[in-house]
Design a protein. Structure first.
Length: 352
């Protein structure tokens, strides 16, 4: 008897293709879409058209459609931490929290309540049993340009045991062909935006509108601490930024460090962005036990960066020092450092 499966629907071509594939394979499936955005954001987003597309696919496949109102949880676990991080001089990655608390938290709880055996999503990752780890582990998707394992390092083994990822062995072009069968205009549909709750990608304006704290101007300082200009407020800048600083030094200048303690921003050269050591907190390891001895492995310090060699050194519970044999540029507090052994996701943590 085949398992009863709940498909996480977004109205996009990936999750719709997954629902079609599983339906064709004879599974008993349902589709669930999460309502996440506050009313004022929902009005300017593509939520309503996405909901209609998701519901249309469920009608076409003759499966039940559920709309889960998770707006309060999304605000608490994703939007509020996102704003707080920027106010404190860090650059967060909201997709990591959304995966942990919403897509693989609330959605799994709903599936269990309704008697579903698995939750299935349209993520481009694989879940495979590997003898050397003695468990099922997350593995990079076949389409490396779409691989989403980086955002999923906080998922626990218990969460992963309840999941399936049918698109792990597919390329995006293959999925577009399936979506066309479902009546999608795949050219018009396009890709999902980077941050779903900021349709115009203007996160600076978003932070300003969603905090009651005043965003104070402060000083730009050089690497020696000398004042060289005035900045508009910490949330408007990120490590590595060059454009929009509004200061003229006669040479290229980059944001090297945001200093929330004194509300200053350190500016320097491209070389000043290089670092061979950083620290992480809130580390999670799903494929292995948390290291208690130095671990040599590979790390990605941002989603689109290549994995590079590193040594992970334990410091305290959930905290590690990461050393690189070759300096990396613009290692950014608030972003995630994610560790791999080959294509296997080991775990990761938040860069301090």
């Amino acid at each position: 008897m085949k398992e009863k499966i709940l498909v996480a629907m977004s109205g996009g071509i990936d999750s719709s293709a997954v629902a079609y594939m599983l339906s064709e394979q004879g599974y008993e499936i349902g589709g669930a879409m999460m309502r996440l955005l506050p009313a004022e954001m929902e009005e300017i987003s593509a939520f309503e058209s996405a909901r209609q597309d998701a519901e249309r696919v469920c009608v076409l496949l003759d499966i039940p459609f559920f709309l889960l109102d998770l707006r309060d949880t999304f605000k608490k676990e994703v939007i509020e931490p996102f704003v707080d991080e920027y106010l404190n001089g860090r650059t967060p990655n909201p997709c990591v929290n959304c995966n942990k608390f919403l897509k693989f938290g609330e959605l799994i709880s709903f599936a269990k309540e309704r008697g579903y055996d698995k939750v299935v999503t349209g993520h481009y990752v694989n879940l495979e049993y590997r003898e050397e780890y003695g468990r099922s582990v997350l593995v990079m998707g076949k389409d490396k340009g779409k691989d989403q394992s980086y955002f999923m390092y906080q998922l626990t083994g218990e969460q992963l045991d309840y999941c399936m990822f049918p698109l792990g062995d597919y390329h995006k072009d293959d999925v577009r062909v399936i979506a066309e069968k479902l009546g999608f205009d795949v050219k018009a549909k396009g890709e999902s935006q980077e941050i779903c709750f900021i349709p115009d990608d203007d996160y600076r304006s978003f932070v300003g509108k969603h905090t009651k704290m005043p965003i104070s101007k402060g000083a730009f300082v050089d690497m020696e601490g000398n004042v060289i200009g005035e900045h508009k407020g910490l949330p408007y800048y990120t490590v590595g930024q060059r454009k929009g600083l509004g200061i003229a030094l006669g040479k290229p200048a980059y944001v090297v460090r945001l200093n929330p303690n004194d509300n200053t921003i350190t500016v320097g050269s491209k070389e000043d962005l290089l670092s061979g050591v950083f620290h992480i907190k809130n580390a999670v390891f799903s494929a292995i036990e948390p290291p208690i001895e130095p671990l040599e492995t590979m790390v990605k310090v941002r989603y689109r960066s290549p994995a590079v060699l590193c040594t992970v050194i334990p410091e305290a519970e959930g905290r590690y020092r990461v050393e690189l044999p070759v300096d990396a540029s613009a290692i950014t507090p608030g972003q995630s450092a994610v560790f791999y052994h080959g294509e296997v996701l080991l775990g990761g943590g938040i860069i301090e």
